[in-house]
Design a protein around this ligand. Structure first.
Ligand code: B16
Ligand code: MG
Length: 216
């Protein structure tokens, strides 16, 4: 395989933010009187802020109670809480092996992109000390969300590459679906039962290496 770019998801791949999202959504859900468990939080992985809020309101049968302005206020409240938590992030919060893997890609002139549903991805890339390694961060507000393939195709187009020249790395079912729809090779990190559509499933980001790519 002649790989020219690796396109990374953020949460669950580059770093872990799902606990922070969970804490912020749970606090909001409690205030609205909606029970919200960790299992339900799993369904929000890779899903946009607005779609996450709508899913929570559906759980509480409250979707019809809020107009667009009220939805915006709820999203702002959740995001302010979330930002206070990721405001503490430094390179200590990088997942194992990510920095070395990106450095090796850079050394071999393989492009690096981030395809995250999170509007906070640029902030996190800076906080995690990856600014000099990452070539491009897709703006998630300009493309349909995962499981649609657009966010990954946007990164390939930016580099003028064909999908088969790119690898996508994901931890969520919706993200794996997006990469496969984009026609890219998919490396998934996590549970093989949930991520079975991926081409290669690894237990941990620690196993990402140039040797892994060369063996494909
Ligand atoms: P924000 P990823 C996703 O990140 C999270 O998995 C998802 O839980 C979150 O709702 C989404 O980002 C939007 O985040 O509210 O910060 O814009 O996995 O696509 O990197
Ligand atoms: Mg993710």
């Amino acid at each position: 395989m002649n790989i020219k770019a690796v396109i990374f998801d953020m949460d669950g791949v580059i770093t872990e933010t799902s606990e922070m999202h969970y804490e912020a959504w749970r606090t909001l859900a409690e205030k609205l009187g909606i029970p919200f468990s960790k299992e339900e939080n799993e369904l929000l992985k890779g899903i946009s802020r607005r779609d996450s809020l709508l899913k929570i309101l559906e759980l509480g049968h409250q979707v019809d109670r809020y107009d667009e302005i009220a939805l915006d206020e709820l999203m702002t409240e959740k995001n302010c809480h979330y930002l206070t938590r990721i405001g503490q992030y430094t390179k200590e919060q990088l997942n194992p092996g990510i920095y070395d893997f990106m450095l090796a890609l850079k050394t071999h002139q393989i492009k690096i992109a981030v395809a995250s549903a999170s509007k906070s991805a640029p902030f996190l890339i800076d906080a995690l000390g990856l600014r000099d390694l990452v070539d491009y961060i897709v703006d998630p507000t300009t493309v349909p969300g995962k499981p649609e393939p657009d966010i990954f195709l946007n990164a390939a187009n930016y580099f003028n590459l064909k999908p088969h020249e790119c690898i996508g790395v994901e931890d969520a079912k919706a993200g794996v679906e997006a990469i496969k729809k984009a026609g890219m090779f998919c490396i998934a990190i996590g549970d093989a039962n949930i991520l079975k559509e991926a081409d290669l499933i690894l237990d941990s980001t620690e196993s990402l290496s140039l040797d892994t790519l060369k063996s494909l």
